[in-house]
Design a protein around this ligand. Structure first.
Ligand code: AKG
Length: 260
């Protein structure tokens, strides 16, 4: 599955689109295995400062801990889809996991990714948010405000978090992106987004992978970015960054074999 022409059009007009079934069941199972491994190890950090002890678990980065996540941005459908949305050459700049534990999972307040990345052109960057579990309103799926990605939203420290910043926003036009596991939401760096609390009986995990178009980013790169060249003249299928050519299909098969 990759983005359709209609989904690209929606992204251009509204700053976001969703794609059901973007990842196949075997790919979701492989991703799930990595998420479970990290949860078992206690590695994700609770970034919530909530006095009621609701939790907002986060793990950054993923590619240093997982050959599957090294390879995921190089999956042909990811390169083609991200290229269709923001154009080539593409650089992956961040990957992270978000987990909202059952019943006490806390949402992430409204923000834009550009409040972190500071690109002049908000359409030069895109986040791919992967639903690792079925993502519903009840378990705090992603919400977006469509069509306002060119507006500036002042951000301040989020007092409910030791890691995040937030903006105050009129939620009248907010849309919930409900997705089955394996579905993805793509949203540009200017699109305000948030997630809700998880009041359901099961944990809800999501993975965010952020990309920029290096040319449209107009020379703006940060030493804090991962700087993984995914397409264009300087892309080497991971050889330059990792010392070998990564392959998502091989990594999915490997992850599932080791889970047997
Ligand atoms: O999945 C989540 O809970 C948070 C997602 C988010 O805020 C982001 O990707 O920037």
């Amino acid at each position: 599955m990759q983005v359709s022409a209609d989904q690209v059009q929606q992204f251009i007009e509204l700053g976001y689109t969703t794609v059901d079934g973007f990842f196949e069941p075997n790919e979701v199972a492989a991703i799930r295995r990595e998420v479970d491994r990290w949860l078992m190890s206690g590695l994700p950090r609770d970034v919530s400062t909530d006095p009621e002890k609701r939790q907002n678990l986060q793990l950054i980065p993923l590619h240093e801990r997982s050959t599957l996540f090294r390879a995921l941005p190089f999956a042909p459908k990811v390169i083609e889809s991200v290229g269709a949305l923001i154009g080539h050459p593409i650089m992956k700049i961040l990957d992270q996991m978000f987990v909202k534990p059952a019943t006490l999972g806390m949402g992430t307040h409204w923000h834009t990714d550009n409040a972190y990345f500071h690109l002049t052109n908000p359409m030069a960057g895109v986040a791919m948010w992967i639903a690792v579990d079925d993502a519903t309103v009840e378990n705090g799926t992603l919400k977006v405000i469509p069509g306002v990605f060119r507006e500036m939203f002042p951000h301040a420290r989020d007092v409910d978090s030791n890691h995040h910043i937030r903006t105050e926003i009129d939620e009248t036009h907010a849309l919930n992106c409900e997705l089955e596991a394996g579905g993805v939401a793509f949203f540009c760096f200017g699109t305000p987004h948030a997630t809700g609390d998880n009041s359901s009986a099961n944990a809800r995990a999501g993975v965010g992978v952020h990309f920029v178009n290096v040319d449209k980013a107009e020379g703006h790169t940060s030493a804090r970015w991962q700087q993984i060249r995914v397409s264009g003249n300087e892309a080497t299928s991971g050889q330059r960054e990792y010392g070998y050519r990564v392959d998502f299909e091989i990594e999915v098969a490997r992850a599932l074999r080791s889970a047997d």
